[in-house]
Design a protein around this ligand. Structure first.
Ligand SMILES: [Fe+2]
Length: 208
């Protein structure tokens, strides 16, 4: 079951309906990114660093364990216009598949060099950039979860709970129960590989 967490204000919705009626029906220019469940490990109460480099924590003896990756992207409205000032709250498991969260029952180790959470605000061109490590897969009550990065994307009028998947894990993604619930929209949640451990992922919100 897919939960849609976006919020549309009443005023914006009314304007949108009037605009659509005036212009007549038209196809969306961009496929809106598929939303998913928030999951049990939303970092409520987090008190640590929130910068865009998850691989370094002030005072930690070492950089985060695992494969360092970079993810770049933009936040767009459904017509393809960049959304400036969108907020991305980002959280993920460490390289061992463990969340730094009191509810995570995993016995896999924590990594004191891994930040676990970031808060990014998009620039004027809607762009964002994250330095992190590739998250580990982990077992859960709904089956093995392939590597994924959670994002809570907040635009001017909408909020979307997202999970970003990795293109090299296509087989594991196809077996994942949450990925499967996305149906035909699932490809919108998969990043593109840029090579050299870099990825890109554009987020399209139900705006515009
Ligand atoms: Fe997760």
């Amino acid at each position: 079951m897919s939960h849609h967490h976006y919020i549309i204000s009443r005023r914006t919705f009314a304007v949108g309906v009037i605009g659509a009626a005036a212009a007549g029906p038209r196809a969306l220019a961009q496929a809106v990114t598929a939303t998913s469940e928030m999951g049990p490990f939303y970092p409520a109460g987090y008190r640590g660093e929130t910068d865009a480099d998850l691989t370094r924590v002030a005072g930690a003896a070492k950089r985060a364990e695992g494969q360092v990756i970079e993810v770049v992207g933009r936040v767009l409205d459904k017509m393809g216009n960049p959304i400036r000032g969108a907020q991305l709250d980002i959280w993920q498991a460490n390289t061992h598949g463990r969340y730094d969260h009191p509810q995570d029952p995993a016995i896999m180790p924590l990594d004191p060099g891994f930040q676990g959470f970031a808060r990014i605000t998009t620039g004027g061109d809607g762009s964002w950039k994250l330095a992190t490590i590739k998250p580990g897969s982990y077992d859960s009550p709904i089956g093995n979860r392939p590597p994924h990065i959670h994002m809570d994307a907040i635009g001017p009028n909408t909020r979307a709970m997202l999970q970003m998947y990795f293109p090299e894990d296509a087989a594991a993604n196809a077996r994942d129960s949450l990925y499967k619930t996305l149906g035909a929209d699932a490809p919108t949640s998969v990043a593109s590989a840029l090579g050299d451990h870099r990825y890109s992922w554009d987020i399209v919100l139900l705006e515009g």
